[in-house]
Design a protein around this ligand. Structure first.
Ligand SMILES: Cc1cc2nc3c(=O)[nH]c(=O)nc-3n(C[C@H](O)[C@H](O)[C@H](O)COP(=O)(O)OP(=O)(O)OC[C@H]3O[C@@H](n4cnc5c(N)ncnc54)[C@H](O)[C@@H]3O)c2cc1C
Length: 408
């Protein structure tokens, strides 16, 4: 008997492949985890994952398309800076900046020569120069991570900050054109909504999911999983709940100070608007006066819906009125609404564990902890189980590989 903790995209994908008998134990009452949606007042909002990125994942794309139709969108992401909408990534679109700034940044990027960097700040400085660091990276990433960039490791978020190709940077400094370079040039979204995909994707394992079953303890020596409803013996255990929490419920306690693992919590505000006034998928908001770091339009649906994301304290109390003021300010400043009355409905959702923080504790704790678990037939996978930065497509691939490994 094998046990999978969690019926998110990772747990479901592993279940598709496992040959021996298994149960998926899911604390919620529907599948999907952060790749799914929730309903409120007749509106469907994404939990976390929005677009699928199939870049370098052709096999995953082909596989998921057997379950559901996806629509491709050519990336149209922007940065809102100095009241201008500049195509993302900024370094490839310097022509949108003032003449003076453009010249300085271009020169700094062209002169940059990749040196070994000890931390994220050094990496950015070494590859982009001081002015782009001050203008975009430091304010944006500082707002996102809520800590100084020299406390973070370089290169851990898998290329979401591509090292600039100098020829393209030069070209983008003379010509106002949109580059579909680098990180995820295409986005894919299930039609008509993410939950429809999750429903069909969960069908093959539906009978194997035990909903409302929260894992509270794992005995790694007796190979038993305890839940709010019962006890399960396992041969192999696949975990997809956040590694930090998972390590805290294992007995006997693994020899890792897992409390040192750091993560971000995200507040997502979904807002239904009277009309669509802007045309982009994602808008990055680096400036300090804008309380959110990112805004985005849902690609389809009957209503015009946007989401706004902000890093918050895991345990902090949410001030609903203050948040709504921030929402109105962000939407007005970016021209997504002209008056507050255009917000027809809004909903607040906190994601307690949304992004892993790659600081000095990560290399010391995560690889050894995952190895320790694997030696005990426990496979901790997915973005949170593996305590890493990954997309839904990456998680599907890892889950399939893990289940194949278990099949032998
Ligand atoms: C704000 C945000 C935006 C994102 N945007 C994108 C995007 O645009 N594109 C993209 O590809 N990815 C995106 N992601 C990442 C994507 O959401 C994740 O990679 C993916 O959902 C992880 O799936 P998972 O199954 O590994 O984990 P989860 O979705 O977290 O699933 C874990 C499951 O385990 C269950 N569980 C937890 N604890 C227990 C327990 N004790 N007992 C039983 N069950 C338990 C949970 O209820 C959940 O169903 C985003 C993430 C966030 C936070």
């Amino acid at each position: 008997m094998n046990i999978i903790i969690g019926a998110g995209i990772s747990g479901l994908s592993a279940g598709h492949i496992l040959k021996d008998e298994f149960w998926i134990l899911e604390k919620n009452f529907s599948p999907g985890g952060l790749s799914g949606q929730y309903q409120v007042n007749g509106f469907a909002f994404d939990h976390g994952g929005h677009y699928f990125h199939f870049q370098n994942r052709a096999a995953v794309k082909e596989y998921v398309e057997k379950f559901h139709a996806f629509t491709a969108y050519q990336r149209n992401s922007k940065v809102f800076l100095m009241k201008r909408f500049i195509p993302y990534s900024l370094q490839y679109h310097l022509a949108y900046l003032s003449k003076r700034l453009r010249a300085i940044i271009l020169q700094e990027i062209l002169q940059a020569n990749e040196a070994r960097s000890e931390n994220l700040r050094e990496f950015l400085l070494g590859n982009f120069g001081e002015h782009l660091l001050d203008l975009f990276f430091e304010p944006f990433l500082g707002k996102f991570y809520g800590r100084p960039l020299d406390e973070l490791l370089a290169g851990m978020d898998k290329g979401s900050i591509p090292v600039p190709k100098k020829d393209e940077v030069r070209q983008g400094a003379v010509e106002k054109k949109r580059f579909a370079e680098g990180y995820n040039p295409f986005f894919y979204y299930p039609q008509p909504a993410a939950q429809k995909f999750i429903e069909s994707y969960s069908q093959p394992v539906r009978q194997r999911i035990r909903f409302g079953e929260q894992v509270t303890r794992v005995d790694q020596q007796r190979k038993k999983v305890y839940t709010n409803k019962g006890t399960y013996a396992y041969d192999n255990l696949i975990n997809t709940m956040p590694l930090k929490e998972f390590l805290s419920i294992i007995e006997p306690r693994p020899p890792f100070d897992w409390q040192r693992l750091n993560h971000l919590s995200t507040l997502v505000v979904n807002a239904v608007l009277a009309r669509r006034r802007r045309h982009f998928h994602w808008l990055y908001l680096p400036e300090a006066e804008m309380p959110f770091y990112r805004a985005g339009y849902y690609p389809n649906g009957k209503a015009t819906t946007v989401y706004l994301e902000k890093t918050v304290l895991a345990r902090g109390r949410l001030d609903h009125r203050e948040t709504l003021r921030d929402v109105v300010l962000t939407l007005q400043q970016t021209g997504m609404i002209t008056e507050p009355g255009e917000i027809l409905f809004h909903d607040l959702k906190k994601i307690p564990v949304s992004y892993v923080v790659f600081d000095r504790h990560w290399p010391r704790l995560v690889p050894p902890a995952l190895k320790f678990l694997r030696q005990r037939q426990i496979y901790s996978i997915g973005r949170y189980g593996g305590w890493k930065y990954s997309s839904m497509a990456d998680d599907i691939q890892t889950a399939r590989d893990t289940a194949s490994l278990i099949n032998g």
